[in-house]
Design a protein around this ligand. Sequence first.
Ligand code: SAM
Length: 289
Amino acid sequence: MSITSKSLDGVLYIVATPIGNLADISQRALDILKTVDLIAAEDTRQTTKLLQAYGITTPMRAYHEHNELKEATILASLIATGTKVALVSDAGTPLISDPGFRLVTKARELKLPVIPIPGPSALICALAASGLPSDRFLFIGFLPKNATQRLALFKSLETEPGTLIFYETGLRLKDTLLDLATAFTPPRHTVIARELTKKYETFLTGTPEQIVDFIIQDPIQTKGEHVLLVTGAKQKPAQDLEAAKRILKILLDELPINQATKLAARISGNTRNTLYQLALNLRQTQSDI
Ligand code: SAM
């Protein structure tokens, strides 16, 4: 167990910035960006636009995926010697499909204070307005570019009950929706949240195939930035094991163990593993008699 106490000296602030509308920044974030010694920015040109809009002149230093390893060490040693650093990405919350993980782990290793300054993130913004269940969700980030890998990823998520959230580029949106249509039957209710907080903010909802049809008619929908949200798997209520056992007993009289287990799982809503174990026990009991 280790506790990192807040210090008045060197500190790393993780500062969330707008995902489109520059007004979506907190007063606390602005105060921090104004008063730190250094801003570590994913793309200094991009962050310049935000700083200029608020008259902030704090020096910047580039921290991105190509120099993360080296920069994390440099920034951590600056913080250790008393420098106040704010980490920002181009948009939204740093570390969420964005650079920052190496710096935060380095700072934690050195027991330096790391302070989050919360604000926008496209995934939360999209989920909150999507109308999909928000009590449980799984954020995957960017999907693989390769179609085979993408389909395999969807298949691996087939039984996940939480809402699935992905980042995807407009370029691959249509192919990804068609893969979704192939991977999940029956079709899942899907939402595309596009250009959040910006002028052309749009929510498209329907089955993946319905959304593809819409995009074909209105290709402008592939422009800009997108969050893809998919309803999670419906969970069958698991029946009590006694009922499952009765079903299994009948099936085991007629079928091999694998087939009996598979069918009993489908009928009862219990998992195949649980029922396989139960089937082994039943077979053992029968052979002991
Ligand atoms: N760190 C960011 C966050 O907290 O959301 C995400 C950065 S990631 C490099 C960029 C991706 O986030 C985009 O390709 C898009 O999928 C999603 N995104 C960012 N801004 C968005 C917006 N205004 N509307 C829809 N999606 C957005």
